[in-house]
Design a protein around this ligand. Structure first.
Ligand code: ADP
Ligand code: MG
Length: 622
């Protein structure tokens, strides 16, 4: 028997492992199983390269929960270790064999060694009071070894009895970690971290319904539970996969999501870093928050996290799918990860790939792209708002939709409206509506002038407009109800006022007297054409945008409490003269109120008692 001290620099590293290394104790299982996978993959390489006489045999990894004896076992049939190797790789902490192995057996088939996670094997002490290793190397004539350690820096090593090649790790679960003796819990963890590992993992039994051969009916059978899909789709070659395969994999990833994705991107990069993965585009309408944390990050098929803040661009988090890269450093804290140069490169690269794919779709099949546009618009706008580089790429395939349901690129739309929608200062005015029903009257007014109106009814449209406007030269966005149309696009010729200044003042006075809430409405008398409406409600474009932005950011801010509209009276309308000439004061007020109410009604703000009064007054007037 050999006893000795584990080679650690600090007095006792175990309390550190236990308390600080991972906030999440669960990951000990990920570490042990990935070691077992590594040992198995190494053996596969040796067998393939005929470096051993050993036969592969059944390489399934077993994870066993022994509740009675309070132990958890991870058993593999990998390369195992000799006593010297245990000494080297286990007793000298942080000495990994992964690198050495890769160096020695260069070649593509050795690339699947995981290694280098964190404190790897020693994370077992986060949940175990005592750990045993019983291992037998694949090498001819190797003797089995048993190593034990109780979490102090002392270990014991003896010869052991073991029939077959490979390693069994036995954890004597600590009292404060007995949850890990629950098979459901263990299966849950394996499903989380090991779902796509390349070597089959077995844990406990499960019941399934099957149709036995030659029989009619399905029967419930009990079978060993296999945890993982050893050949996940993202590791396969895109040229051999069908859309149906991608859809099936999507359902495997998100069994609880019913909506199907719109399309996918298969990522496959090997220079300047390694990255594979599949990203799915879901339908994104609103509720940005709900969609997050769907992209899963893997390292050599080991699940790492789905909390990707700071790792991939914010807007990419709206996507679904998996990213797998051995080049992301995983044993370190999140803040380190966020500033890591590799991570930044990966993030930039993914953004580029996604933009490329969208552009390709746009170029190859515009019709299909337009069909998908409404569902991907939020994603693309989010990207443009938060990522300058993405905006530059996206400006090529970014679409605007008008109130007639037609789609245009930015350039196409500019060319379309340029001849008509320039104001007297040469500024091109993009008119838009947020709701075709509510703003129908205003849209009509614009269309009568021959103008085109965009539909901007998305959650991010105000944000988007704020971003776009300064990037485009000599242009302005204006919602159709933000002013009367002649003011929105002001031309040289102005309407001549039929009223004298005195008459205009008295008209203003009458309306101010009758307006329901004086602090809310500013009365303006304008000289419009006779065919324009007598009274209109408008809301200043910038005031409204401020309010929209506040709403979106969830703040109840200054502007949000500030209701402010313009009540625009058309002094040239025959009804204006009629009000001025009305002798009967009561009738004069009634007529004025009636016009105000009609304007409020068309803006959907006449409700309750005011609406009842309007109905009654209308009947009286009739
Ligand atoms: P890493 O996996 O990064 O190398 P670990 O602390 O997880 O670090 O493991 C240290 C070393 O111990 C491994 O590199 C390997 O040589 C050895 N080892 C651990 N588990 C096993 C196992 N199940 N079979 C064979 N060797 C193992
Ligand atoms: Mg390891």
């Amino acid at each position: 028997m050999q006893t000795g001290n584990i080679n650690v620099k600090t007095e006792n590293i175990f309390p550190v492992i236990k308390k600080f290394l991972y906030s999440d104790h669960d990951i000990f299982l990920r570490e042990l199983v990935s070691n077992a996978v590594d040992a198995t993959q190494k053996l596969k390489v040796l067998v393939r390269q005929s470096k051993t006489k050993s036969e592969l045999g059944d390489i399934t990894i077993d994870v066993k929960v022994d509740k009675e004896n309070k132990t958890l076992h991870v058993i593999d049939h990998g390369i195992g270790m000799t006593a010297e190797e245990v000494d080297k790789y286990i007793n000298q902490i942080a000495f990994s064999s992964a690198e050495e192995f890769l160096e020695k057996y260069k070649g593509t088939d050795a690339a699947n060694i995981i290694g280098h996670f964190g404190l790897g094997f020693y994370s077992a002490f986060m949940v175990a009071s005592n750990v045993e290793i019983i291992t037998k190397s694949y090498q001819e004539g190797a003797k089995a070894v048993k190593w034990t350690c109780d979490g102090s820096t002392e270990y014991q090593m003896t010869e052991a009895e073991k029939e077959d090649r490979g390693t069994e790790i036995i954890l004597h679960i600590a009292e404060d970690a007995e949850e890990f003796l629950d098979e459901y819990k263990i299966v849950g963890l394996l499903k989380k971290y090991c779902r796509f590992l390349p070597v089959p993992i077995r844990c406990g039994m499960e019941k399934t319904w099957e149709k036995p051969e030659g029989e009619e009916k399905e029967k419930e059978v009990e079978k060993p539970r296999i945890i993982n899909n050893t050949n996940p789709l993202w590791k396969q070659s895109p040229s051999e996969l069908t859309d149906e395969d991608y859809l099936k994999f999507y359902r495997e990833l998100y069994p609880a999501t019913f909506e199907e994705p719109l399309f996918h991107i298969h990522l496959n990069v090997d220079y300047p870093f390694n990255l594979t993965g599949i990203l799915y585009f879901p339908k994104v309408k609103s509720h940005l928050e709900l969609q997050k944390n769907k992209v899963q990050l893997y390292c050599n098929q080991v699940f790492i996290t789905d909390q990707l803040e700071g790792i991939i661009p914010e807007f990419m988090m709206l996507l679904h799918g998996v990213i797998d890269s051995p080049d992301i450093p995983l044993n370190v804290s999140r803040s380190y990860l966020q500033s890591d140069a590799n991570v930044k490169k990966i993030s930039t690269h993914i953004t580029k790939k996604v933009a490329d794919k969208l552009e390709e779709m746009f170029k190859n099949n515009r019709e299909e792209f337009e069909k998908k546009w409404d569902d991907i618009k939020v994603f693309i706008q989010y990207g443009c708002i938060t990522d300058e580089k993405f905006y530059e790429r996206a400006s090529k395939f970014m679409l605007l939709k008008n109130t007639e349901g037609k789609y245009f690129t930015l350039d196409e739309y500019k060319a379309k409206i340029e001849p008509l929608q320039k104001d007297k200062n040469d500024v091109l005015v993009y008119l838009y509506a947020a709701n075709t029903d509510e703003q129908h009257l205003y849209i009509q007014a614009a269309k009568e002038k021959g103008y085109d109106v965009l539909l901007m009814d998305g959650v991010l449209d105000t944000h988007f407009v704020n971003m776009l406007e300064p990037k485009m030269e000599k242009c302005r966005f204006a919602r159709v109800d933000s002013d009367i149309i002649d003011k929105l696009i002001e031309k040289e010729e102005t309407q001549i006022s039929k009223l004298s200044d005195k008459e205009r003042d008295s008209l203003k006075e009458i309306f101010e007297k009758n307006v329901p809430a004086k602090e809310k409405y500013t009365v303006l008398v304008e000289s419009l054409s006779e065919s324009d409406l007598p009274v209109m409600i408008t809301q200043n474009e910038f005031m409204r945008r401020f309010k929209d932005m506040e709403k979106l950011s969830g703040q109840q801010g200054y502007y949000g409490n500030f209701e402010n509209y313009n009540l625009v009276v058309n002094g040239n309308h025959p009804l204006a003269s009629r009000i001025l000439n009305e002798e009967d004061a009561e009738k004069k007020d009634a007529l004025t109120q009636q016009l105000i109410d009609l304007a409020l009604l068309s803006q959907n703000i006449l409700t309750g008692e005011k609406l009842s009064q309007f109905v009654k007054r209308s009947i009286d007037l009739l």
